[in-house]
Structure formats: C-alpha cells, structure tokens
Design a protein around this ligand. Structure first.
Ligand SMILES: Cc1cc2nc3c(=O)[nH]c(=O)nc-3n(C[C@H](O)[C@H](O)[C@H](O)COP(=O)(O)O)c2cc1C
Length: 196
C-alpha cells in the first residue's frame, strides 16, 4: 500500500465492528516493531505495550466495571455492564502506556508521553497497512488509577490509550478531512522583536 495513500485515507473502525481474525503473531510482531520505531527523544524508549486477548479481555472488562463503581457509585447495572463488555468488542486490545521518568532533565514528561502516543499511532497505521482495522480509544478508564494499577503500571506511567484491533466487519466510508490551510500560518518573524 502506498504510504501517502494510507496516511491520507486512513479510517478508524468502531471497536464493535472489529471481528476475528485478530492479527497473527507475525503481524502483531510487525505492528509492535512499528511502535518501537516511534520518534523518541534521547532514546529513552518510554513505552509499555500490554497485549490483551482471549479471556484477559473479560478480566479487563471486570476491571473497567469495578473502576466505574468506584468512580461513580450511583451508576446503574446497565452502565456497569457496558463497561464490562468494552474490551471484548474486539479480538485484541493493546494498552499503550508511557513509562515516564519525571526526573529526566532533558526530556520533560510530556515528551515521553508524546512518544508513547506516536508509538500508538505508528501501530494503528501498521495494522491498517496489514489489512486490519483499529481504533484508538481512551475515555475515563485511561485516566483511572485503579485501572492503571490493575494493568501493573507504575505510579508515573501514563496510559495513552487502548488500541482495539481486528478484522473490519464493514468498510468505513471515506471521511472528508479539513483543508490544512485552516491550521497553517506562514510565520515570518516575531513582530514584538521586529518593532524594537
Ligand atoms: C488520544 C485519543 C483518544 C481517543 N479516545 C476516543 C474515545 O475514547 N472514544 C472515541 O469514540 N474516540 C476516541 N478517539 C478518536 C478515534 O480514535 C478516531 O480518531 C475517531 O473516531 C475519528 O475516526 P477517524 O480516525 O477515522 O477519523 C480518540 C483519539 C485520540 C487521538
């Protein structure tokens, strides 16, 4: 697949439209290799990739359900059941976290988190290149200490998201993207300094 065509036309696939087969072990290896090729200031390799598949998805669903009960005790059974079902929507989930060293003097924490986000994005694109569908999801679970602890993350680690992976049941329609000119300014110098 042409790289630019992939970058311009990529689409996410809703998690509940991702079916078996999940990426094969060889394809998963290729996906993870794309992750560790992410931009990485000072070579810190600040990444953690957790593979969640099979029965482990139900366990993660239980973690999500308990986390909701703790976050919002007033939640009704339907809301809790919805959380419980989330990871099992797709055959494979990658939880992607930044392993943050908050004391690094050259690479601030935000840059370490950005590298983990770049790794997740690389893995989504690699999955697409291999013919799989994927979607990057966060929601409150990605920012919940109880979820982080259940995943075995350290105190300073930051979950950047869950990458749901599988084979798309349906083809996503193309999405019109904005004109990049809306976000672009030709910078020609700092006016404040020019007027000095
Ligand atoms: C950091 C991050 C977190 C996201 N979290 C969610 C989420 O929790 N729920 C959701 O519906 N979409 C979420 N998205 C958006 C989807 O991944 C996806 O980009 C969106 O559905 C648009 O589809 P497209 O990627 O085909 O344009 C998130 C995207 C990013 C970058």
């Amino acid at each position: 697949m042409d790289a630019l065509e992939l970058l311009h036309n990529r689409r996410s696939v809703p998690a509940d439209q991702l079916d078996d087969p999940a990426p094969t072990d060889a394809d998963l290896d290729a996906i993870l290799r794309a992750g560790v090729a992410a931009a990485d200031h000072d070579g810190l390799q600040p990444w953690r990739f957790l593979i969640i598949r099979g029965e482990a998805r139900a366990s993660l669903g239980e973690v999500f359900a308990q986390a909701l009960r703790a976050r919002a005790p007033e939640s009704d059974d339907a809301a809790v059941a919805k959380q419980r079902a989330k990871p099992s929507r797709s055959p494979l989930v990658l939880a992607v976290a930044a392993r943050v060293d908050p004391d690094n003097e050259r690479v601030p924490a935000i840059e370490q988190v950005l590298s983990a986000g770049a790794a997740l994005n690389q893995m989504q694109l690699a999955a697409n290149a291999l013919g799989y569908g994927a979607i990057w999801l966060t929601g409150p679970n990605a920012h919940d200490g109880q979820v982080a602890e259940a995943l075995g993350l350290d105190f300073d680690d930051r979950l950047v998201g869950f990458l749901y992976l599988g084979t798309p049941r349906t083809e996503q329609p193309p999405r019109e993207r904005p004109d990049p000119a809306r976000f672009v300014t030709e910078w020609t110098g700092a006016r404040a300094y020019e007027s000095l």
